[in-house]
Design a binder for this molecule. Structure first.
Ligand SMILES: [Mn+2]
Length: 437
């Protein structure tokens, strides 16, 4: 049984996490293959996400750091072992019957002590060729006295690319994988690292490698569900790639639920999807919101027995109840990196129902954005603080403002600028910035 990870973008927003949760649930309910689908995330839970998960008793997805292939992904997990007080005869019989060249030897507590190998047995017999010692006497000795302790020892979470060279160079064919208690959980041979399986990943809410989980090039992307421009994620095989110009990835996931009616729609999943549509479309007011989003939101609201809009307003309210919003929450929660010619830029968006309260911290925000810009070498860091009630965004820029000024037709000389009607990074800000290249 293997595991397929369902993951949104870095600095995850509500849509990224909720779409992953709801799509993983649907895949587990409908998929004919033997895979288990697990929603994971690449960063902290946004406040509104936490609010929905706690309210509906949904498990928080695990945070993962990367999808590089690890030792535990490639190792042979069925470890055949004997205790150190077993006889050479017992060990030899197991090796013969199981067609093995070596056995893991453990102490009474089950911890790894060393290996006993056919080679070791052969050497023992050869050394005794010219003696009169009866063979049964030799074979009655305990394996503990003949251990090979020279095997390479690895940790299960170590990256395969980091250990490959030492495995190939090791004198013993088997490398031993030990957990933190010293118990052998696998054996890694040269054959195992010749063609290690890639980790399987489904991307939701993004398809650009700069926004994807580290190690994406080492993994197999098996599906993509997204509502952003087509980026640069590459695959070796044809895959299912659902890209639709709708307001939220959650809308696409909800349409998948509609095409699998037998799977059902549990209330917690309806809540995840409705919450994601409401935050991503700014209460369906964003120019990215389509009639499809409106129809799907209505369908989800009916399933949940709530008014979709009232649910959305309560959701945004829960975000602002976290007082005061931290600088990291505002600049980091939904920040995305883009390539702009040879430059890299960061564009973040924070939606609120109380703009004034966020702008009280404007000086701190700008200072933090400048720090992030310098540390990571961005041309500029742009923050849209979007007021979902007043329906517009305050645009704050750290770094070279001229590109932003030209793109958006604004002047940033006096600091930040209020832009009425600007609600969507994807549709109203990003294309205009990208056109400047
Ligand atoms: Mn989205």
């Amino acid at each position: 049984m293997h595991r397929t990870l369902v993951v949104g973008h870095r600095n995850p927003d509500n849509d990224s996490i909720m779409s992953a949760i709801a799509y993983a649930w649907l895949k587990n309910a409908t998929s004919a293959d033997s895979s288990v689908y697990e929603a994971v995330r690449l960063g902290p839970l946004p406040h509104e996400t936490r609010w929905v998960l706690e309210r509906y008793g949904i498990e928080k997805p695990r945070v993962i750091a990367h999808v590089y292939r690890r030792v535990c992904d490639a190792m042979t997990k069925e470890v055949v072992s004997v205790r150190e007080d077993a006889t050479l005869l017992e060990a030899g019989r197991i090796m013969r019957d199981r067609n093995l060249r070596a056995l893991v030897v453990t102490d009474a507590a089950g911890c790894y002590c060393g290996l006993i190998s056919t080679r070791m047995l052969a050497e023992l017999f050869i050394s005794e060729l010219d003696t009169d010692r009866p063979r049964h006497e030799t074979l009655a000795q305990a394996v503990g006295g003949f251990l090979d302790k020279g095997a390479l020892v690895l940790e299960p979470e170590a990256l395969l690319k980091d250990v490959t060279e030492s495995v190939l160079a090791a004198s013993l064919r088997e490398a031993i994988v030990l957990d933190e208690d010293g118990v052998c959980v696998g054996v890694l041979t040269r054959t195992d690292i010749a063609r290690p399986p890639r980790r399987k990943v489904i991307l939701v809410d993004h398809n650009e490698s700069a926004q994807a989980v580290p190690g994406i090039d080492d993994a197999a992307v098996v599906e993509i569900l997204d509502h952003h421009r087509i980026g640069d994620v590459q695959t070796t095989l044809p895959i299912r790639f659902l890209n639709m110009p709708v307001g939220a990835t959650a809308t696409i996931v909800a349409l998948e639920y509609q095409s699998h009616p037998h799977a059902g729609l549990p209330a917690p999943m309806a809540a995840c999807l409705l919450a994601a549509i409401m935050t991503d479309t700014v209460l369906l007011k964003s120019p990215t919101a389509t009639d499809t989003d409106r129809a799907v939101a209505q369908w989800l609201g009916d399933a949940l027995g709530v008014d979709a809009l009232a649910f959305g307003i309560e959701l945004f309210g829960s975000r602002d109840a976290a007082s005061p919003p931290t600088v990291e929450a505002i600049t980091g929660a939904d920040a995305k990196e883009f390539e702009l010619g040879e430059h890299r830029v960061l564009i973040a968006q924070y939606e609120t129902v109380s703009l004034a309260r966020v702008l009280e911290h404007e000086a701190t925000l700008t200072a933090h954005m400048e720090k992030v810009r310098v540390e990571r070498g961005y041309e500029f860091v742009l923050l849209m603080v979007t007021d979902v009630v007043a329906e517009g965004s305050q645009v704050i820029v750290a770094g070279r403002p001229s590109i932003v000024e030209r793109a958006l037709g604004i002047s940033l000389h006096s600091g930040s600028v209020w832009m009425p009607g600007i609600l969507s990074r994807k549709k109203q800000v990003l294309p205009r910035v990208l056109e400047q290249v």
